[in-house]
Structure formats: C-alpha cells, structure tokens
Design a protein around this ligand. Structure first.
Ligand code: ZN
Length: 301
C-alpha cells in the first residue's frame, strides 16, 4: 500500500489542501479562503483529520507558502510566515500550528520552491539539477534549485523584487510594488499590467502592445536570472503566463537581449525547450507540497 501525504499550498487568497501521493493519486482536495491563521489552519487540520479516518494516517505533511517565510530548521522562527504585508499573517507560526495536531515530518518552503520541486519530480524539470520556477501573476516570485538543492541561503530568493531597466519615456507607469515602485514585480505583475493599460490583463487581444511591453520586461528579468544562476531551464507559471501567445514573444526578447553573448543552443535553436510552461499546469504548487512532504519523510528516516 502506498503512503499518503498531506499537502498545503498556502496562498494569499486561498489555501488548497490535498491528500495523496502524486499526480495520479490525489484522494481528496479542499479549497479554503485565506482569512486568519487560526481560522484557515483549523479548517485545513479538520480536513486532514477527516481524511485520515477514511484513508489511514498521513506519513508526512508538506507546506508551500506565500512569503516571506523562515525556511531554516534551526531558526527560532522556522516554519513561520514572517514580514508579509498581509497583517493577520505576520509571524504566523504555520509549521508549529500543524505540528500541534500531527506528529509527522513536515516539509516547508516557499510556494515557488515547492512548485519547483514538484516540477522536478513530475513535471518540466525532470532530470535537471539547476533550474528556476517563476510565477508571474498577482506578484512575481522565483524559486528553484542549484546543483540539486532548493535555493535558500540568507532567506530565500526574492527574484520578483530585482530592479530591471525602466525606460520612463517608453513607459511612464511608475510601477505597483509597495516597497520599490518599479522593481520587476512592480512593472510586470498582473496588477501592473491592468493598472498601466486601465483594463484587466486577460481582456487584451494577443496583438495588443501591452503584451510586447510585458514580454520585454519579463525577458529583462530572465536575462538577469540566466546571467546569475545559469539555469538549465526556466519554467514560467502564474496567471499572466496562462496566455500561451506570450511565450514566443518572451523567447524572442530574451534572445534579443542576450545579444549573442551566451552561445548555447538553449538560447538559440532550442529556446522552446529552455523557457517553458509548467509541466504540471496549475498544480505545480500543490503537487510540490506533496514532494516537500516526501522529502521531509526521507530526511527524517
Ligand atoms: Zn518590489
């Protein structure tokens, strides 16, 4: 009998919980609105208890969460969401709250690192050890692996908040990041797209100039990431990227901006396999949480 794992994809507007062991075995799933830590977590815990009665005990639980978070197991705030602008969730002790109810290994990481792990296990990053997963939607977040290890370091990457070239003449829009204004996220997330053109992003036709500017900005960030981390592949998920027509525009812009400096086939004839959508669709984060649970179990053995 295969082991079952609990998964929580903790997002800023909703928590998605599931019990299963992989893409072909999800036994149950529940969506909970993100209200307060106490309320949201108690619904999640009730769901897991209920599932255990039907399916037997969970072997481990994985949580991938919006951040910033503290991912360091030796830190006093390990497992907390930390300085988020969502006030009710500042210093919310996510892992300790789960641990109070379930005496099993708990895996914990950022939403994008979780999604990256899911993509490596079952999706578009199988067989790779250095790659990046980005979500471009309400925010821009990036995670991934270098040499087989999920990226943490000082805290965890905050790729969305890098600065990129902002040509104020071409684009006088000041950006929407509450901290930086025109950082990458501030210029290129979904809300920026909607605010700059004063209409929701999904309402632009594919040939609208909004997409050209969006592809330009996304590519500027990707070229920085390519230059710094040397990823073997870049996976782009999130709401803005659910428009398939933007992928060719981004690939073209990346090639244009690299200007022939990096002579790898991945940046030339094979670029369609280098900048790709998630192999798991919009399930990378949830399945990634299962992968985090499995990893936590393996590490505890
Ligand atoms: Zn920012």
């Amino acid at each position: 009998m295969s082991q079952l794992f609990g998964a929580i994809e903790a997002g800023g507007t909703k928590f998605i919980c599931a019990v299963g062991s992989g893409p072909d075995n999800i036994r149950a799933k529940l969506r909970i609105p993100t209200t307060t830590p106490k309320e949201t977590l108690s619904l999640a815990m009730a769901f897991f208890h209920e599932q255990e009665e039907t399916h037997g005990p969970l072997a481990a639980i994985g949580i991938s969460a919006f951040g910033p978070i503290d991912p360091h197991p030796t830190s006093p705030h390990f497992g907390y969401i930390t300085t988020t602008p969502k006030l009710a969730w500042q210093y919310a002790p996510l892992v300790p709250m789960v641990r109070e109810e379930f005496a099993v290994p708990i895996g914990f990481d950022t939403d994008v690192n979780g999604a990256a792990l899911g993509e490596q296990r079952w999706g578009a990053a199988q067989g790779l050890d250095t790659f990046v997963y980005l979500t471009i939607g309400t925010g821009i977040g990036g995670g991934g692996m270098v040499n087989g290890e999920l990226l943490h370091g000082l805290m965890h990457p905050e790729m969305g908040h890098m600065y990129i070239n902002h040509d104020w003449e071409r684009d006088p829009f000041p950006g929407v990041c509450p901290f930086h204004g025109d950082c990458w996220e501030g210029l290129a997330n979904g809300p920026a797209l909607a605010a700059r053109w004063k209409q929701p992003g999904e309402s632009f036709p594919p040939d609208h100039e909004a997409w050209l500017l969006e592809a330009h900005y996304v590519a500027l960030g990707l070229v920085n990431i390519i230059s710094i981390l040397s990823p073997q592949r870049i996976i782009l998920g999130g709401g803005v990227m659910s428009q398939p027509h933007i992928f060719p525009l981004i690939r073209r812009e990346v090639r244009h901006q690299v200007k022939g400096y990096i002579q790898m086939e991945e940046l030339n004839e094979k670029i369609d396999d280098f900048i790709v959508p998630p192999g798991l669709g919009n399930q990378s984060g949830l399945l990634g949480s299962i992968a985090l649970a499995q990893k936590a179990l393996a590490q505890s053995a």
